[in-house]
Design a protein around this ligand. Sequence first.
Ligand code: FE2
Length: 470
Amino acid sequence: MQTKSSAAPVAFKDIRGVPVSYPDRAAIDGLESAILMSLSFRGDAIGEIDKVLQEHPDFIMGWLFKAGWLTQAMETRVYQMMLDSLSEAERLISKGNEREQGHFEAVKAWIEGDFFGAVQKWEAVLTRYPMDLLALELIHYTMVLLGDVPGQRDVVARVFNLWDESIPGYEFVLGFYSFGLEENRDFARAEELARQALSIRPDNPYAVHTVSHVMEMRGRQAGGIRFMRDYAATWGTSNFANHLWWHTGLYHLDLEQYDDVYKIFDTHLDSRNKDGHKYEELDAAALLWRMNLVGQDAGDRWSHLADKWEPAAQDTLYAFNDVHAMLTFVSDDREEAQKALLSANERYLENASDANVAMTREIGLPFCLAMQDFKRENYTACVERLLPIRYMTHRLGGSYAQRDIIGWTLLEAALRAKQFDLALALANERTGIKPTSAQNWRAVARAFRGLGDRGQADRATAKAQALIAA
Ligand SMILES: [Fe+2]
């Protein structure tokens, strides 16, 4: 007769008590190290897990981490690696536990193009295992990618009360929650939780990111510059540095410190000598387009950026990428690349049924066409395309600050189309949301000038100048 201790399998768990079927402490610690890299935007999480998997090729949760983390890249170049990792997991799935089977189903749904289904599968895992920090991370980021704004916040709220500072990784949970709160305009609580996260771990780029968004949304440009520079010694060397430099650039842009914007671009965002990831290059494109909207000449910067985007013209993987690719093709007058992107998207819409279809049809394609109109100075057509979709743009994914490029383009097109009534209405709306933005008051001034009201135009200009001087 076996004793109780020898009959029961050893139940291995990670440092948060979540069960792991593979009975090897070194492998589980190695996975933890890779997850920490993903959470802290440090090192090479995929390289780290590869080292573990070389030693432990049957470590199913290792393969599931690799496949799950690769979903977030939204790039075709990692697609095969993601498929290979999933098939390694499939080889082992019969030995996996309930949690691992949930992760497997989630990535499988993703690969089949059902991004929302993937979220549901990861959600089921998180509901059962609220300490599964990897599941929480993947759901939160995916909701950002898909533009599920309340979901970014609420997925964290569903487990938040169960966490506290004694549980390893709490600072990252605070980071996720703070960003979800910020996107849902609960700015005070968002900043409070982000700063709490930073008090636990100052090197926490995602919490820095929340504060940068709060500063952006509230129009605290000078405070934003100070905050970002204060923490730059840590986030500046992280894998999130490009995006955080983009945020820093936005503050300078609003204050008309255009030399500083280009200095940031040339030093940190220009990827001509780098093997840039798409999410880095889309920040670069988005910043240059805003500089275009305020009338600044980008020199040859578009050309290098368009070179980087051109191989992805026909990906049709993620509408958010496609609109940024289009920004570069339009700005660099690459007619062939524009045609290739548009026809690939049209073909894709006819045949596909994955989660990206709605994003492309409703927002991606109309915005791509609107950009063409804008560049060709068909400003009325640009306005007509963007007006009907302006309240649906969250479906494109990304953050409010990123998507603001659409509303700003619409306003600029209305001004250039000499539709000054509309332009004034849109500019007023923007000053209502962000009264401390000099650029919003500049737009109000231009609209009033167009309408022939010099007094109101001068008052709006004075407000803009006062904000810049302050
Ligand atoms: Fe951001």
